[in-house]
Design a protein around this ligand. Sequence first.
Ligand code: ADP
Ligand code: AMP
Length: 221
Amino acid sequence: MKIIMLGAPGAGKGTQAERISKKYGIPHISTGDIFRANIKAGTELGIKAKAYIDKGLLVPDDVTVDLVMDRISQEDCKNGYILDGFPRTIPQAESLTRALKARGTSIDHAVDVDVPDESIIARMSGRRACLTCGATYHTVYAKPAKEGICDKCGASLVLREDDKPETVKQRLLVYHEQTKPLIDYYRKENVLCTVDGTQDMEKVFLDITKTLGCLLYTSPS
Ligand code: ADP
Ligand code: AMP
């Protein structure tokens, strides 16, 4: 099963992708996590990506597309994968569609986690990230067992630079301009399902698993 997660920054894509990945036994591929790992390791890709990420802008399409095409060609992706944070622009989506078509396949589901902008800024200021293993927590909704420490690897948790309110506002602008049109793109491909991301995490997950079992038609908004 090949799944794409759509939604604003902070909508809960990563949280749900992690759960879907475990339930369906397919790799969770987060472009944001890949960029952050490269930034931490000081690679050429990381240095390039950081200049955009810190400003709340998107990393250029050519860099991002090559990265994802390479990742989905790996052996662990042969039974499917869940893409979290990619595609984020129409050219990225078109490249993905083309590459999959050349392999005789296509995306099965595009899950749009719908959360209004008003809820995003509050949600993002509570997000805490582990930059060592990529795990995500929240100061109210998903607390680690020990404050400030990652349950999975024991590293310290941080408020991401790009989760500070000023950068989040910029990221939301970019989302509306460049990423939201993907909802229509995947609606036209007949693979879109929309879930209400303002519900608690368990309910969002339940709604997603229902729609993955049986693709529902969502009416044009
Ligand atoms: P995204 O991957 O879309 O940027 P995340 O999955 O990292 O978003 O979620 C953003 C923040 O909101 C995290 O701190 C996460 O723990 C929290 N979160 C995710 N889903 C929910 C939810 N349904 N209700 C409340 N908080 C949530
Ligand atoms: P995320 O962890 O998904 O919120 O991504 C963090 C940041 O990484 C984004 O704000 C972008 O700057 C960059 N990024 C992640 N995925 C992409 C993508 N598909 N295209 C361009 N930039 C991306």
